[in-house]
Design a protein around this ligand. Structure first.
Ligand code: 0A1
Ligand code: ZN
Length: 851
């Protein structure tokens, strides 16, 4: 593998020049697009004069180059162009370039590329350098004027439309922005349109652009957009700042969506939805992603990142904001539980393995590899802790100051923390370690009861992570409440601040030894270590007033029960079954919450839990235990299931709102349990009767889980074969629910189909990306699935390194498993590393995992 050069935070220097304005002209042709650029540059006073000008540029054919109208003969190198200082004026000047690029051949989907006949761009993080020679770094912010010439009917770019005629259009963006927020779209598109009036009275035209035929699938995305715009005004006082807001749906997209200024580009999967084609989860995700990209207009675009090490500045904050929004739109309790499930499933997994890195990393080889759960989800958790520590008013004051002080600028985590210090007077020196140190802290808890005083003793342990053997003590907000033995709350939620290695907190004036509810709302991204009896957990499951901890008690119990089944062949605990049944049937609880309580811990989660407890997880045993557990729950609830299914019907018109979605979730959880007992009769009937994708897919999954469902899969295919997004689901289901020993064969059969378009990231993800989510299949002792994944990664890498690198994280958990599996995975990683021509993206990931 070629040597990998790391970019380091410590090497940051401001750019040699300042760039005020940019004018771009695109003459679009699939094989030979011409891009002319006029950059208005001047020496940067911060750096002084007499410096060379370095422009980034990759895969560009340079046609012409001129400074202040004088042609220059300077040859580019593999990564850019250097214009020596002696050829540049020591004053403002105009640099003009013309390059040629071939969007039709761009399979990496970075820069300007084509998807289904339309032109589109993806420039974050460093894609703009594949469009023209440019200082492609986020701290260079300029105003863009764009002219597009093309015979495509719809021509879009950032900012406001200023003029258009047959075959051309011009756009002007008044807000200075870094190149990664540049976007251009040209295609034969139709719009679903609406309007929005901002709180100060600006009238904004809203358009969602899609391929013809898809215009009937945009209503929910538009509704989500309008609610997001309103919410940002009321919750953060942030208003939209252009005359138009355009969203474009594209079928080939590496990520979920992109917040380009005034022209968001979305993976069509996160825009298009109808009750027939999208599940309730799809609707919720569309709402969250539309909101996320919209919120970036302030947190990311108006205030951007100084350099890519500060990525969490925009991503952590924007995730935090979209989580708040989804909570306000739906249910805070349910949203929090789902977010924590995802945090533990993805971020804790990352933080505990070879890919662990701080929320603000200090070195990277390929920045595209750092769009991770740590930057996004842990980044959001860190902000949640900060908000808890300074309070709602402190948070609001800090954010107002942040927007005032840094609007129009490229900021750092230091700037971010400074506004909190200035607004609240709090010293955040110790808190900053959350940004600079990787790893999930463990908080162990002891409690004592003596002379009417209850004492909680908390201690923190900080695990070593790659490159960071020693950690500093963290500030950990631990939200705690105390319950009486009769279930009444005697001490309401109080935030204990753990800042030392060990600290004791005393609660006096209690009549009896209380039951503690610790880490309410999951107030810090830590692992809680406390030996709790099953009886106490069952008590909390029944009585905790904090919905997160109520759920958590059931979850912890389920894991303990499952762990005992695996390690000591223990029978399923009757107490747990009874406690679970009480929650599942408690009509005073939100159906969505009851459905979540019924969701058993996943196999990967269980494997991680066992490994953390010092066991080597056997994937087959974990799988068997989970099956047995599901059977036991089904048996326990059997008499109640038909009533639950009937009682949770959602008559009337389909609505994707939280209330209906929660009822469907509980109903379908009950259906899945019933299917384990009735041979699939109810699920077959439900599948046949379903009039929406949520119910249809749930019935199908229930059947697949018992090894049935072949006719339903065929019927599903026959009905949906022309719908790419729905067919992605069909592909994925078969991978997720294949019997472990059949997984490789199933994947081989699916990937041999003509409609397995592996160059489409969604299709690739739905099969190859789903491989490792079938835990027992992926980790089957024969190691065949490991090799299959490695083969596909190597095949995709030359075409689309970014997606290949992302999918490679399936291997990150290898240290958990037995020596044979470790050796098999490491062999696959070394085979990847030994492949000639490997991309920097996959090369970096494989090297970090194999280290
Ligand atoms: N900034 C976008 C996601 C995104 C990130 C990276 C990309 O390419 C490397 C593309 C898109 C967001 O947070 O939604
Ligand atoms: Zn984002």
């Amino acid at each position: 593998m070629p040597a990998q050069t790391a970019v380091k935070l410590a090497d940051y220097q401001p750019y040699s020049h300042v760039l005020d304005r940019v004018a771009l002209t695109f003459r679009l042709l699939p094989q030979a697009t011409r891009v002319q650029a006029r950059l208005h540059l001047a020496p940067n006073p911060v750096r002084g004069s007499g410096l060379d000008l370095r422009l980034d540029g990759e895969n560009l054919v340079l046609i012409a180059l001129a400074v202040d109208g004088q042609r220059l003969e300077v040859q580019p190198d593999a990564t850019g162009l250097t214009i020596p200082a002696h050829l540049l004026p020591d004053a403002p000047f105009v640099l003009e370039t013309e390059v040629e690029i071939a969007p039709a051949g761009n399979t990496a989907l970075e820069g300007l590329y084509m998807s289904g006949g339309m032109y589109c761009t993806q420039c974050e993080a460093e894609g703009f350098r594949k469009i023209t020679f440019y200082p492609d770094r986020p701290d260079v912010m300029a105003r863009f004027h764009v002219r597009i010439e093309s015979d495509m009917p719809v021509l879009l770019s950032n900012g406001n439309p200023v003029a258009a005629g047959p075959g051309w259009a011009e756009w002007d963006d008044p807000w200075p922005k870094p190149a990664y927020l540049f976007a251009l779209v040209a295609g034969d598109l139709v719009a679903h349109s609406d309007r929005f009036t901002t709180q100060s009275g600006r009238d904004v035209a809203l358009n969602i652009w899609v391929r013809k035929g898809d215009e009937g699938f945009c209503a929910y995305a538009m509704d989500s957009l309008i609610r997001s715009m309103r919410w940002d005004e009321t919750a953060y006082g942030r208003e939209y700042d252009l005359d138009v807001f355009n969203i474009v749906a594209v079928d080939d997209f590496n990520m979920g969506a992109m917040e380009n200024k005034g022209l968001n580009i979305f993976n069509s999967k996160y825009v298009l939805a109808s009750p027939e084609t999208a599940t309730d989860e799809d609707f919720a995700r569309i709402e969250a992603i539309i909101a996320h990209e919209y919120f970036h207009n302030w947190t990311g675009n108006r205030i951007t990142c100084r350099d890519w090490f500060q990525l969490c500045l925009k991503e952590g904050l924007t995730v935090f904001r979209d989580q708040q929004f989804s909570g306000d739109m739906r249910s805070h309790a349910v949203k929090r539980i789902e977010d924590v499930l995802m945090l533990r499933g993805r971020q804790f997994r990352e933080d505990g393995g070879p890919l662990a890195h701080p929320v603000r990393p200090d070195a990277y080889v390929e920045i595209n590899n750092f769009y991770t759960a740590t930057i996004y989800e842990k980044g959001a958790e860190v902000i949640g802790m900060l908000k808890r520590l300074v309070g709602d008013a402190g948070y609001k004051a800090a954010l107002d100051l942040y927007f005032d002080r840094h609007d129009g600028a490229a900021a750092t985590i230091e700037d971010w923390l400074q506004v909190f210090e200035d607004a609240t007077g709090r010293d955040l020196t110790q808190f900053k370690r959350w940004y600079t140190e990787a790893g999930t802290p463990q908080v162990s808890v002891r409690d004592d009861w003596a002379d009417g005083v209850y004492t909680l003793t908390l201690a923190q342990t900080l695990p070593a992570t790659p490159g960071q053997p020693h950690k500093g003590l963290k500030v950990i907000p631990v939200a705690v409440g105390l319950l009486n033995p009769n279930g009444d709350e005697v001490v309401p939620t109080t935030v204990l601040e753990l800042t030392e290695a060990q600290q004791s907190f005393r609660f006096a004036g209690l009549a009896a030894r209380p039951v503690p509810s610790i880490l309410r709302g999951f107030s810090a991204p830590v692992v809680l270590d406390r030996a709790v009896s099953a009886a106490e957990r069952a008590f909390l499951l029944a009585h905790d007033t904090d919905p997160f901890n109520k759920w958590e008690a059931g979850r912890a119990l389920a894991k303990e029960v499952m762990a005992h089944m695996i390690t000591d062949a223990a029978p399923v605990s009757r107490d747990w079954l009874a406690a679970l049944a009480r929650v599942a049937l408690d009509e005073g609880l939100d159906p969505a919450f009851r459905a979540l309580a019924l969701r058993l811990p996943g196999e990967d989660d269980m494997a991680a839990t066992l490994a953390a407890a010092g066991h080597v997880p056997d994937p087959a045993a974990v799988h068997a235990a989970r099956q047995a557990l599901a059977d036991a729950v089904a048996a326990e609830l059997a008499p109640a299931l038909p009533g639950l299914i009937a009682g949770m019907a959602t008559p009337g018109r389909f609505s994707p709102d939280a209330a209906q979605a929660g009822r469907r979730a509980l109903r379908n959880a009950a259906l899945a349990l019933l299917t384990r007992r009735d041979g699939g009769a109810a699920a077959r009937a439900a599948f046949a009767a379903a009039d929406n994708m949520t119910d249809s897919l749930a019935a199908l999954v229930a059947l697949l889980e018992i090894g049935a469902g072949a006719p339903e899969l065929a019927a599903f295919e026959a009905r949906w074969q022309a719908d790419r997004l729905v067919m992605d689901k069909w592909f994925m289901l078969q991978v997720l629910y294949a019997a472990p020993q059949d997984l490789a064969a199933v994947v081989r059969r699916l990937t041999a189909r003509p409609d397995f378009d592996w160059k489409n990231p969604n299709r690739f993800r739905s099969v190859i990306g789903a491989l490792s989510a079938n835990h027992a299949g992926f980790h089957h002792a024969d190691g065949v699935a490991y090799d299959l994944l490695a083969d596909w990664l190597l095949r995709l890498d030359p075409k689309n390194p970014q997606t290949a690198a992302r999918m490679s994280t399936a291997f990150e958990t290898w240290p958990r498993y037995d020596a044979d599996r470790q050796a098999l995975i490491r062999r696959a990683l070394h085979r990847i590393l030994a492949t000639p021509g490997l991309s920097r993206d996959l090369g970096e990931m494989a090297a970090r995992m194999a280290a």
